[in-house]
Design a protein. Structure first.
Lengths: 415, 418, 450
């Protein structure tokens, strides 16, 4: 495992990269093109649409050599890619919200077949109430199905992570599908300066494609893909357990692989992103707030202001949400006495944010009790401002002396 | 020592059917077919037609070399079986060599039975059992003016007809009271006799030759009643006897023929027998009979082959049913089954003297057909045989059947075993 | 081919259609003897109006007794065409063959004094077209079986299908025909239920096979095919799906793939319901049929439940409206027709979407005896309950087995238990729909091709 931090110097001198001004969806499309998939399947949905439009245009312009399948819906989009992957194709698509919901049947199945399909989720809040705006509700709803899910903070990170996602998915120790989550509206349409890696450098980074070495629909290697497995007797139970346990092992392996690949990326391209968990001004902090995705920018500004004001607060950002980076979080939690967790979606069963819910399990492993609380904000496209984060910081600071409240704080309730 | 899994001795119908049956179940087991005849396989039944010139001697072969090659059969022609050493699974050949077998079929057929008439060994005479006999006789017929045929069985009758047609003066001498005794009844025999006498042949039934002596033309025959006959061509066709001399010293039980079970197995392990040399049970009685006819030879050969190859589809031999067809001077006689009227049974005959059409049908007490005979009365022999073997109840159709056995037989066939 | 050769074309006789007119015998006598003497015909119709008519004719046995008893080598089985040839030059008129044959297939021709037997007129038997009632047919499916016999059976030996199911037949024949360069999709239903995909790590076929979702067969297969096309490999993408997965929940992906003209051969085995899971209704279930979700009962408010209350969706016609490369309906009762269509569908699938809809009676779900599958399949066609046709965009739609004189639909309905409860009104509804469907398809057939 790498021990590099964001501050570790990068030894390599990367080639000069083209600088562009692009929105997040276009950055994702550029990343996809650089990763050279064989097959993309598309179906438009807000706020993902411009992403697949960019992909289609790249192919139409001859800047990307992939078979594009304009499927009749998200269900078929992912199904086409499953077939393509089983025949050896590197595959990509993007969706969100209701599209992801409609896709759920094949989505549920992708990780079980260990297909390294890469899919962007341009995150969108769930229906109903009817909404077309951003939020993490869609991705959070499917977090328990065996896909690797990483959340990006910036447009550059979207571009770079999209490329890295293919390499993570196809790593022989992982062989799992990967979602790159980029916040609908904020990252999808947010325009930003990016550096575009050179194709030959990306090719060298990616290495040889080897997508269906483990399972294939290939007359040269005939096999039954996904026969009925399990049942109450015979070799059914043990066979099924072997597959399921293998999936879980692949998920756990991905934590190491994600770190290694992020480090390789840093060395090759000169940009380092925290692979699992980022600590921001956590050293010397008594307490911390925890974020996910694009909200982190505003949160960091608030932390800076709070630190300037003498508050001993730091920030913990999760990049890799699935698998949940338990060990990395435990290291961060070891430094603090209280924690406020900001979610951009809802966990209905625990009446809190889903990230908070997951975090509570990690806190139990910490071996000492630290108070924590849940904040829910940014639903359906709502902004989480620096001001909101100051409220979060203040409320979290109070935990140091007062017991944690059971009820979550709804940040945009009175906006 | 040469070794083979299956050794089939003989090369006529029984032997060939056994080969087919073995190969259906065991395509690869080593198989050797041994025949003392130098020729490719042929049927003794066709020989009268070789005699008459109707069949070319080179066009009668039932199988060619290619067949044996294709079926992976080692064919040894002109090689007679001299002795069977069943106790050590070995066959000794005429040249003294031996073949070790796992299973052997004795389908060695029969040879002419030469009657013990004084002087016969002093004269030159023909027999008809092999192709070489037939070609010799064919040549002799052309020069014969005065021929005598001893025996009025089907072989003798066929030859006599050929001699008549070749222009010879022909006399047929038969010990029994009628021609074709044992094949056809008195009325049929009468029709046959009439056809022969109409064509100039002389028939001496109930006659016995007591002495033969060489003469300037060939031979002089003296009959029991003192009459003498001159013959420039003498054919001895007084019947056949199975070839089984090679059994001497073996423990294979034999009577008039080699005794076999209803799967054609002899009394000794790994030894089967079929065809004219075998004595198997009859259809009408469990007693073992000689039923030296071609269709039975094929049936027995098939069963023996299946038994040897251990084919699970093997069905037991139902027993021999006599079946004969006889074609004389453009007319046909067919006999199927037994001429004996069973107890409580019935024999129905229909005879039209003007046309010479004759039908005889024999039924059991419960209206099963047991035999049917016809001269110029056409019915399907194979269908009739099935009616007998299947013991089909003819009560509902008996009258119609007798009126038209051809059509009603076919109807029953279509309804019953189609 | 084994000891007895392969399968051969043959003259088939349907006793139920024969009225004993004797036209076949006249035709045979004319062709073979130059006379109209029926007694000299080699095909003999026997029997009576009262007893029914039967046939005596050479069956061209595989293991012919007449040949084995011929002493003159005059009879031989011709392994090229299956006919038992009679050689006049070798025959000695002994008639032993007539004793050997148990079927009166070879008999004396009094006109010549020789035996005579059917030689199938060199493959164009005169008797068959002479029959005014179609009681005689010349069955030429042997080609298929001979060819297929040499192809590898790509389905596992042994399977878990119901007794009497024709789907095994379809599976084995289809896989043999498409060959090993194939990827097979068998979505949930009877086909994987029979074991095609295997269980717990085993497989049921010798080719790559997978179990798509019930909903995404066409889409997954499209992905497989596209990737092979991309890398330049000629791989056939074949789906064998049930009607439920195709017409109901899987219809969207089917329609989408057809619209995109994906190069797929999509075969639907239409047993008119979800038979594998316990015989539930699908949109292909016909009106009035009992299924486990359209059961028979006294109903609420004294309105009895009498089976399905809607007519079946006509999926193949819907597929025609996608203007696929090829669309056809087929029946296992007409294998030659099916094979012809399978061949065309395979070729079409190299250009675009090919759809083959096979009507497949279900002995378990339709409730008929296990030995009646082909009969039920045949009756469906003979009553026009289903119609056999094919379509391609160039030639349009045309019937391949037109039934101009259909049996009443009751002949089909009464063959199985699932329609046993039908009221006269329901039967007349079904008969009316048969007429309407026929008219509808005929109208499409009459349209000029584009």
């Amino acid at each position: 495992m790498t021990t590099a931090t964001l501050e570790t110097p990068i030894q390599a001198k990367p080639a000069k990269q083209k600088v562009m001004l692009v929105e997040g969806n276009e950055a994702a499309a550029l990343g996809v093109a650089l990763a050279r998939p064989d097959m993309v399947a598309v179906y438009p949905i807000t706020p993902q649409s411009s992403l697949v439009e960019h992909v289609a245009k790249l192919i139409a312009d001859g800047k990307m050599d992939a078979d594009i399948v304009d499927a009749e819906g998200e269900h078929s989009v992912l199904s086409v890619l499953q077939g393509g992957a089983l025949a050896g194709a590197r595959t990509y698509t993007a969706t969100c919200g209701p599209g992801l919901a409609f896709m759920f049947e094949p989505y549920f199945r992708t990780s079980g077949m260990r297909l390294p399909i890469v899919m962007s989720i341009v995150t969108r809040d769930g229906i109903t109430p009817q909404s077309v705006w951003g939020g993490h509700q869609d991705a959070m709803t499917v977090r328990e199905v065996g896909w690797v899910q990483v959340y990006c903070e910036t447009v550059q990170e979207v571009l770079d992570t999209t490329i890295m996602a293919f390499k993570i998915a196809e790593h022989h120790d992982v062989m799992l599908p990967v979602n790159i989550c980029l916040d609908g509206n904020y990252l999808s349409y947010g325009t930003s300066r990016v550096e575009l890696p050179n194709q030959e450098d990306v090719d060298a980074f990616m290495g040889a494609k080897d997508v269906n070495w483990h399972v294939a629909l290939d007359p040269l290697r005939p096999m039954a893909v996904d026969p009925l497995t399990g049942g109450s007797g015979g070799k059914g139970p043990s066979t099924f357990v072997r597959y399921r346990k293998g999936q879980c092992k692949g998920m756990q392996n991905s934590l190491r692989v994600i770190e290694e690949i992020h480090e390789e990326w840093a060395q090759r391209f000169g940009r380092r992103f925290a692979p699992l968990v980022e600590e921001y001004r956590l050293d010397g902090a008594d307490y911390a707030i925890m974020t996910l995705g694009s909200m982190t920018g505003a949160a960091k500004d608030a932390i800076d202001e709070a630190r300037d004001a003498g508050r001993k607060v730091g920030l913990i950002k999760i990049k890799t949400f699935s698998p949940f980076p338990i060990d990395a979080l435990l290291k961060s939690f070891a430094k603090i006495q209280a924690l406020g967790v900001v979610d951009r979606s809802v966990g209905f069963r625990w009446n809190c944010g889903p990230m908070y819910q997951e975090t509570m399990g990690v806190l139990y492993r910490l071996g000492r009790h630290i108070p924590s609380m849940s904040f829910i904000g940014g639903l359906a496209g709502a902004d989480i401002t620096v001001g909101h984060f100051h409220r979060v910081i203040e409320a979290t600071e109070k935990l140091l002396s007062n017991p944690a409240p059971i009820e979550p704080v709804w940040l945009n309730e009175k906006d | 020592m040469e070794q083979t899994k299956y050794l089939v001795v003989g090369s006529s119908h029984a032997a060939l059917e056994a080969v087919t049956a073995i190969r259906m179940h065991d395509p690869d087991g080593s198989l050797t077919l041994l025949t003392r005849d130098p020729h490719l396989p042929y049927s003794p039944t066709v020989l009268p037609y070789v005699v008459s010139g109707r069949s070319a001697p080179d066009a009668i072969f039932l199988r060619d070399e290619k067949f044996f090659a294709r079926q992976k059969v080692q064919l040894k022609r002109g090689t007679a079986l001299k002795a069977l050493h069943a106790e050590r699974n070995a066959a000794e050949l005429a040249d003294g060599s031996e073949i070790a077998y796992e299973k052997i079929l004795l389908a060695t057929g029969a040879a002419p039975a030469i009657p013990p008439i004084p002087g016969l060994d002093q004269v030159s005479y023909h027999v008809l059992r092999t192709l070489d006999d037939a070609t010799k006789l064919n040549a002799a017929i052309k020069n014969s003016k005065q021929a005598v045929v001893l025996g009025a069985g089907l072989v003798g009758m066929h030859a006599a007809e050929n001699l008549v047609k070749a222009g010879a003066s022909v006399t047929i001498v038969e010990m029994a009271k009628q021609l074709t005794d044992g094949y056809f009844d008195a009325i049929a025999a009468g029709l046959i006799e009439k056809a022969f006498t109409d064509n100039g042949a002389r028939i001496l039934t109930g006659s016995r030759v007591v002495k033969l002596a060489p003469s300037s033309t060939g031979a002089t025959l003296t009959l029991e009643n003192g009459t003498t006959l001159e013959a420039d061509l003498l054919l001895v066709a007084t019947g056949v006897k199975p070839n089984m001399e090679y059994l001497a010293g073996s423990r294979v039980e034999h009577d008039r023929g080699i005794l076999v079970s209803d799967t054609m197995q002899t009394s000794v392990a790994n030894v089967w027998s079929a065809g004219d040399c075998a004595q198997a049970k009859g259809f009408y009685t469990d007693a073992k009979i000689m039923n030296a006819i071609l269709p039975d030879a094929t049936e027995q050969g098939r069963i023996a082959g299946m038994a040897m190859a251990e084919d699970p589809g093997l069905k037991k031999y139902p027993g021999g049913v006599p079946l004969n067809t006889y074609h004389f001077f453009g007319r046909h006689a067919i006999s199927v089954g037994s001429s004996k009227v069973p107890e409580g049974g019935e024999m129905v005959t229909r005879f039209d003297e003007a046309t010479g059409r004759y039908l005889k049908a024999i039924f059991s007490a419960d209206n099963r057909l047991t035999g049917i005979y016809g001269v110029n009365e056409f019915f399907d022999g194979g269908v009739m045989c099935q009616l007998i073997l299947r013991r089909i109840d003819l009560s509902p159709v008996k009258e119609r059947f007798l009126a038209n056995p051809l059509a009603v037989g076919r109807e029953l066939m279509s309804k019953t075993w189609r | 081919m084994g000891m007895f050769g392969g399968a051969y074309n043959t003259i088939a006789f349907d006793a139920n259609k024969c009225d004993g007119c004797g036209d076949c015998m006249t035709a045979c006598a004319t062709a073979k003897t130059g006379t109209v003497d029926q007694s000299r015909s080699r095909i003999q119709i026997v029997g009576s109006e009262a007893e029914g008519f039967e046939l005596a004719l050479c069956r061209q046995c595989a293991d012919p007794k007449c040949v084995t008893v011929c002493p003159a080598a005059a009879l031989t089985k011709n392994y090229a065409n299956g006919v038992i040839d009679w050689n006049a030059d070798k025959c000695v008129d002994c008639l032993l063959c007539t004793v050997g044959c148990a079927y009166a297939g070879i008999a004396l021709d009094a006109g010549t004094g020789h035996v005579a037997k059917c030689d199938t007129c060199d493959g164009a038997p005169a008797c068959v077209p002479a029959c005014p009632h179609d009681a005689l047919t010349y069955v030429t499916t042997s080609r298929i079986y001979n060819e297929v016999g040499d192809w590898e059976d790509l389905f596992a030996p042994g399977l878990a299908g119901c007794q009497g199911c024709n789907t095994e037949l379809l599976m084995r024949h289809t896989l043999r025909r498409v060959g090993p360069e194939t990827v097979l999709a068998t979505p949930p239903g009877c086909v994987p239920g029979m074991g095609s995909v295997g269980f717990n790590g085993t497989t049921g076929t010798k080719i790559p096979v997978f179990h798509p979702l019930l909903t995404n067969t066409a889409a997954m297969l499209a992905g497989v095919k596209r990737q092979y096309k991309r890398v330049g490999r000629d791989v056939t993408a074949l789906a064998i799906a049930g009607d439920g997965g195709a017409s109901d929940v899987g219809f969207q992906s089917l329609s989408g793939a057809a619209e995109r003209n994906e190069q797929i051969l999509f075969m639907v085995v239409d047993n008119e319901g979800y038979m594998n899971t316990g015989m539930q209704r699908s949109s292909c279930t016909p009106y009035g049929a009992w299924t486990s979700t359209t059961p028979i009962g006294k109903g609420p408010g004294n309105i009895p439940s009498q089976g399905k209350t809607q007519d079946a969706k006509n999926l193949p016609l819907i597929m025609v409206n996608h203007r696929c490369e090829y669309v056809a309906t087929a029946s296992t009762a007409y294998m030659e027709d099916l094979y012809d269509k399978l061949d065309k569908a395979i070729q079409a699938s190299k250009r675009g979407f090919a759809y083959l809809h096979v009507y497949s009676p279900c002995t378990t779900g339709w409730r008929f005896p296990t030995d009646q599958n082909m009969e039920v399949a045949r009756k469906a066609v003979e009553t026009n309950f289903v119609m056999l046709w094919e379509y391609n965009p160039t030639d349009g739609l045309h019937f391949t087995k037109p039934v101009d004189d259909p049996l009443p639909v009751t002949e089909y309905l009464k063959a199985m238990g699932r329609f046993r409860h039908l009221s006269p009104d329901q039967i007349s509804h079904i008969q009316g729909k048969v007429v309407e469907n026929l008219a509808f398809v005929k109208q499409m057939a009459h349209r000029e091709a584009v």
